[in-house]
Design a protein around this ligand. Sequence first.
Ligand code: ASP
Ligand code: MG
Length: 245
Amino acid sequence: MLYVQKYGGTSLADADRIRIAARRSAELARQGHGVVVVVSAQGDATDEMIEKAAQINKRRAIREMDAYLAAGEQMSAGLMAMAIGALGCPAVSLTGWQAGIHTDGNHGSARILQVDTTRIRRELGLGKIVVVAGFQGVDPEGDITTLGRGGSDTTAVALAAWLKADICQIFTDVDGVYDRDPRLFPDARRFRQIRYGTMMALVENGAQVLHDRSVELAREHGIRLEVLSAFTGEPGTIVGELESF
Ligand code: ASP
Ligand code: MG
């Protein structure tokens, strides 16, 4: 099977958490599966970077913000590839543009137009786990773009779509999708499975568990998504159409 696994910032916040994720991916690769790992910037790195940029320039320098913010994910990708390598499993990190993620030129909220999977397929063919920096791509001018806050989910779904992966797993700090925010409502109920349309409605109502565009893209391409805890690895919520459950 070909897996795309995405880790959010909280799930990569420190070296121990990166190691937990690395072990999970390495284990799958050892079982003979292809594994592509998509990473977000660590912890609150993106928020901190935005604050720092505001001290430098109050105007919206969107092209430069993209160049700057994309570095957060690039750092995570390098660290994750090193963590996997330390387990004796070959891995390579790629930025969005190295991974062939082509977007429009809408800096700060670019849309993925196409993914050229040549490089990723070559690395997978060499038996490597491919670690891709989320949230970023390259526009027709050759400039770095970012996909909007939370956009690493969309990177993962786009890669799953263009690589025809069997599943796209979104590892996060909650153990699935709930009908209401479980941090505010203790009686919130967790879905075992949920349709794309219902998931989209939750996102439109402010649920932050998935980036809106990632759900649209998953529906367009029929990508089976699983939202699950990065800490327990227990089964979470499957997002898809009923016949695929
Ligand atoms: N690091 C970016 C953000 O904080 C993208 C992501 O986490 O998906 O919005
Ligand atoms: Mg997120």
